[in-house]
Design a protein around this ligand. Structure first.
Ligand code: 13P
Length: 392
């Protein structure tokens, strides 16, 4: 079960002076190519789901495949929601299985960025989920040419970074020191002196966005100055595109699957060379040994309703309970049922799957304070038993 806490993974990289790759997953071929690269290099890896890419796939349908790939892996994996646009989007991503979130409010005024990020941290940390914040502005769009998005780069200031990290509680900070998302306009000039100042002022690891197009030497200098996570997307797409174009030129008879045949390998090759440069190849075993596994948790209620209640009244109560539970951050899904055995001690069941044990505990705290999920449910429940279960 090699899903691990993202913060543990990034902190391991930070302490040991290497960087983990957060690779943009654009579709199933990318997912498989990235995982093959991580397995062949024995490297920890972050699967990055970028919200602006969701127009290209159905996030709720792709996520079970991403989770399955992570769980089948023999190397440590974390799943990150990248450049989210709202608290609601982050809640949705966590519910779907992301154990790291980044909601990008970096284009806002400093104070607005700070308050909004703090709300994300409060919600996500209650679920045990890692949060990355961004200060300063990295312009551009993954997969596009930087010249199509002429937004002004705003550099991160070390003084602001200290206040931002302290007051938001983020686990990792994305900094702006000269990179852009997407294909560069010219050769990127990186401000290493600024980066070193930020690193010295903070105790959290740093992340770089816009990894595509940087040279091995630039990567090494970034890592030497506190960068422990590198986001990388456009160059994977470019490698995939080259492969598709070659197949078209070679006239593979236009059969869809043969045109895509090389995409996995192209993505794998690109990701492998990054993992080697970034120093994370060969680190899988120590990361697995030293990082907490990401374990889901469940709350099970077996119950009877008071005898005066009809089946339809019981079903209506359950529907209401389900609606309020579904809105709780960190609830993955809910199963309701009726026991099959005629002599069953309890007639009904409610199984709530939480993304983590922290999310389950947060739910209990909230229940204690607010009578959550709804008082009506418990006032009509008769004999019952409840169990909290942690995945093993
Ligand atoms: P590139 O697409 O430029 O590699 O940037 C990826 C990124 O920063 C995702 O957050």
């Amino acid at each position: 079960m090699p899903l691990v806490h993202l913060s543990d993974m990034i902190n391991h990289a930070y302490r040991h002076h290497y960087a983990v790759g957060a690779f943009g997953v654009a579709n199933l071929q990318f997912l498989e190519g990235i995982m093959q690269a991580a397995e062949s290099c024995r490297s920890p890896v972050v699967l990055n789901l970028i919200e602006s890419h969701f127009e290209g796939y159905n996030f709720d349908i792709l996520m079970p495949a991403v989770t399955a790939a992570a769980r089948q892996a023999t190397v440590p994996v974390a799943i990150n929601f990248d450049h989210g646009t709202s608290l609601a989007a982050a809640e949705r991503a966590i519910r779907a299985g992301c154990n790291g979130v980044m909601v990008d409010t970096s284009a806002l005024r400093f104070s607005e960025n700070l308050w909004q990020t703090r709300d994300i941290v409060t919600m996500a940390h209650a679920c045990g989920v890692t949060v990355e914040g961004e200060l300063g502005y990295v312009p551009g769009v993954e997969g596009d040419n930087a010249k199509n998005h002429p937004g002004e780069l705003a550099y991160t200031s070390a003084a602001e970074a200290v206040g931002y990290v302290e007051r938001t509680g983020v686990d990792c900070l994305a900094v702006s020191i000269g990179t852009v998302h997407g294909r560069m306009k010219g050769a990127p000039k990186l401000d290493y002196a600024r980066l070193a100042k930020i690193k010295d002022a903070l105790t959290v690891p740093l992340a770089i966005h816009g990894g595509s197009g940087l040279s091995p030497d630039q990567f090494r200098k970034l890592i030497a100055n506190g960068v422990a996570k590198i986001n990388y997307s456009t160059a994977l797409a470019d490698a995939a595109n080259r492969s598709i174009r070659e197949n078209i030129t070679a006239d593979r008879k236009g059969v869809h699957n043969s045109l895509l045949a090389g995409v996995r390998g192209a993505v794998r090759g690109e990701a492998e060379s990054c993992l080697r440069i970034w120093g994370c190849g060969g680190r899988a075993a120590e990361v697995l040994a030293q990082c907490r596994p990401w374990q889901e948790a469940q709350h099970l209620v077996l119950y009877n309703v008071q005898s005066a209640l009809s089946e339809s009244e019981a079903a209506a109560i359950m529907r209401e309970a389900k609606i309020s539970l579904e809105a709780t951050p960190g609830v993955r899904n809910i199963h309701t049922g009726q026991t099959i055995q005629a002599d069953g001690k309890y007639r009904f069941s409610l199984l709530v799957n939480f993304v983590s044990q922290s999310a389950l505990l947060a739910y209990h705290n909230q229940s204690a304070q607010l009578g959550f999920p709804n008082k009506a449910f418990w006032s009509l429940v008769d004999e019952h038993v409840t169990l909290d279960i942690r995945e093993s």
